[in-house]
Design a protein. Structure first.
Length: 129
C-alpha cells in the first residue's frame, strides 16, 4: 500500500514539474515590506523598511517595466513611497492612469512611465491557475 502511495506521488511530481517549469503559473506574496510576484516568465521582488524607498531585489527579465535589480523606487507621481504596502495602495488609487515612478540606482535618478495594465498585475494579482 505504501509503495502504491509513493509511486503515485512520484508520478504526480513527474507530471507537474514540466507544467510548473513552463512558467504559466501565478504567485504573489506580499506584506507591508515585501513583495514577491511571479507570472509566466516575469518576476518582481521588492523590499522596504531598511532604507529610503523600496529596493528592487530581483527582476525577470533583466528589466521589467523599466525597473532593474538594484534600483530604489523613491516616489510615484511625486508621492514618496517608503513601504511596499503603501506603494500598492497608491497604485490601486491611481488606476487606470499611467504612473511615473521615480527611481534611483547607483549612477543616477530617472523616471519610468508604467501603464496600469502592467502595474495592476501586482496590485490585483489573478488567482493561481
Amino acid at each position: 500500500m505504501r509503495l502504491i502511495a509513493v509511486a503515485a506521488t512520484l508520478a504526480l511530481l513527474t507530471c507537474a514539474t514540466p507544467v510548473m517549469s513552463s512558467g504559466w503559473f501565478n504567485y504573489q506574496k506580499n506584506t507591508k515590506d515585501l513583495l514577491d510576484w511571479h507570472e509566466s516568465n516575469h518576476k518582481l521582488s521588492l523590499r522596504s523598511g531598511k532604507s529610503d524607498g523600496i529596493q528592487v531585489t530581483q527582476t525577470t527579465p533583466t528589466s521589467l517595466w523599466g525597473l532593474r535589480e538594484g534600483d530604489t523606487i523613491l516616489a510615484i507621481d511625486n508621492q514618496r513611497v517608503d513601504h511596499v504596502d503603501d506603494m500598492l495602495k497608491l497604485l490601486l488609487a491611481k488606476k487606470p492612469a499611467i504612473v511615473t515612478m521615480h527611481v534611483r540606482n547607483q549612477q543616477s535618478e530617472r523616471s519610468i512611465q508604467v501603464a496600469s495594465t502592467d502595474y495592476m498585475q501586482i496590485v490585483l494579482p489573478s488567482s493561481p491557475q
